[in-house]
Design a protein around this ligand. Structure first.
Ligand code: AHR
Length: 500
């Protein structure tokens, strides 16, 4: 049967914050080294940045880029990563059992963002695992204070006359996770985050601060963690973080395709927890959500990789090669984020290059797009404006994990010029899904584009040998007549329908 929904500009969820299309660069595997930074590569610029990768990053359309971790940040000594590169120490990176050379550091990160373009914004994490308030303040002063103090003058002496102007700061990373170096209880972390935030605001009251939420909603401490941390930090921070990764378990593809059901419930539960704490505190302030790690990640396959390492430099780690199916789930996760744009105002695709990434590189060789590149690039380009409320009436299917689930997952975004883009996933592995959208109060007369990502082979991937095996194609038969959009969504497909 046909799936349906109605769009009406009178019913909007909220405006999309450009930071929803953020990403993440961690010192992990080959994300930095041999990923964005490879001096000696034919396409490297004078700073060793790969210009072919920079071009793909621009095409991807990412905005805020979180750095330098991730689990890495919980052992990070920021001062190792500044000054003349040849003088920087080599350190053990406990998180990934690797050797960190510090050849790429804070100044290189800021220069990298500048080369991407004005849309790229820093989102810097401080180490609250092995370090605390003092080191966070020192980093902030080194990075942001204009001049005239030892730390700001040190930055200037390192060649960075202008302060970095870092607005957004993450107060640690996944501090609820027992795997985290310096892992803490919610009470311990809540106090530390509050005191770090208070002190950072003494330097600059306008910083935007992200407190660590849970590493996933399946954590035993989930929700209680958020409530405890926010009780300490509510007036001092702007965001609470969420992290979620999805993979197919035991061949249960139907559940995997419904992963966004979990993501949406995670968001709803964190919003409820934030607002509960706000109500308890009789506060008018609203805490927003920073979904600063999300992706498909075959974590179960990579867990053993790390323990087998003997402190190599930039090993091949977490280099998932994404299938068409993965890209459909990925697109559905993007839809979930957009559907909650009123509260999820920052999100970071983890990660950017080589490590569970939309962009892959070969040392000395090419860079190419994974299947997940396409939904992200299209959402970042056309998902700008007001998200319209989409309530689908869809045929359903049974999933072991989430019970009865809609086959259609969709959202729609209205741009400033009045054009509307519908993003839709058909979760059916076998059946095409007819779609009808009633357009109320929208002055739209034509289908400008219906782009679809689908393939006869759900396992098809882009690889070094065949880098362009998967790309979106134009769908036929999509029509807009008398205020009704009619389309057919191919089985297992990500669809972008632009209406003008
Ligand atoms: O993105 C990979 C890792 O996933 C990050 O380092 C960590 O924060 C999360 O567990």
């Amino acid at each position: 049967r046909t799936s349906r929904f109605t769009l009406d500009p009178a019913f909007a969820v909220g405006a999309v914050d450009p930071r929803l299309f953020g990403s993440f660069v961690e010192h992990l595997g080959r994300c930095v080294y041999d990923g964005i930074h490879e001096p000696g590569h034919p396409a490297a610029d004078e700073a060793g940045l790969r210009t072919d990768v920079l071009a793909l990053i621009r095409e991807l359309g990412v905005t805020a880029i979180r750095y330098p971790g991730g689990n890495f940040v919980s052992g990070y000594k920021w001062e190792d990563s500044v000054g003349p590169a040849e003088d920087r120490p080599r350190r053990l990176d406990l998180a990934w059992r690797s050797t960190e050379t510090n050849r790429f550091g804070l100044s290189e990160y800021i220069a990298f963002l500048k080369k991407i373009g004005p849309q790229a914004e820093p989102m810097m994490a401080v180490n609250l695992g092995t370090r605390g308030v003092a080191e966070a303040l020192e980093l902030q002063e080194y990075a942001n204070h204009p001049a005239g103090t030892e730390l700001s003058e040190r930055r200037i002496s390192h060649g960075d006359k202008n302060p970095f102007g870092i607005k957004m700061w993450c107060l640690g990373n996944e501090m609820d996770g027992p795997w985290q170096t310096g892992h803490k209880t919610a009470e311990e972390y809540g106090r530390l985050a509050a005191e770090t935030a208070r002190a950072m605001r003494q330097i600059d009251p306008s910083v935007e601060l992200v407190a660590c939420g849970s590493s996933g909603q399946s954590m035993d401490t989930f929700a209680e963690w958020e409530a405890t941390v926010l009780a300490e930090t509510y007036d001092l921070v702007d965001y609470i973080s969420l992290h979620a990764y999805y993979e197919e378990h035991d061949g249960d593809r139907d559940s995997f395709l419904a992963s966004a059901v979990d993501m949406e419930s995670f968001i709803d539960n964190v919003v409820a927890t934030c607002d509960h704490v706000g109500a308890r505190l009789k506060s008018k302030k609203r805490i927003n959500l920073s979904f600063d790690e999300w992706n498909v990640w075959y974590m179960s396959r990579t867990e053993s990789e790390v323990s087998a390492l003997d402190w190599p430099e930039a090993p091949r780690l977490l280099e998932d090669n994404y299938s068409l199916t993965d890209a459909i789930v990925f697109g559905s996760l993007l839809i979930a984020l957009l559907r909650h744009a009123d509260r999820v105002t920052v999100a970071c695709l983890a990660q950017l290059v080589n490590v569970i990434a939309p962009i892959m590189t070969e040392p000395g060789g090419p860079a190419w797009k994974q299947t997940t590149f396409f939904p992200f690039a299209q959402a970042a380009k056309y998902g700008r404006g007001q998200v319209l409320d989409v309530r689908v009436d869809s045929p359903t299917y049974e999933t072991a994990k989430y019970g009865k689930t809609d086959l259609l997952h969709a959202t729609a975004v209205r741009a400033e010029d009045g054009t509307v883009t519908v993003f839709a996933v058909n979760r059916s592995q076998t059946e095409a899904l007819p779609l009808e959208v009633a357009l109320n109060g929208l002055d739209l007369t034509q289908v400008a584009e219906h782009s679809v990502l689908a393939d006869a082979d759900p396992e098809a991937r882009n690889t070094l040998a065949e880098p362009e095996r998967i790309a979106p194609h134009a769908a036929g038969g999509t029509e807009l007549e008398d205020g009704i959009l009619r389309a057919t969504l191919e089985p297992l497909s990500w669809n972008v329908i632009r209406l003008a």
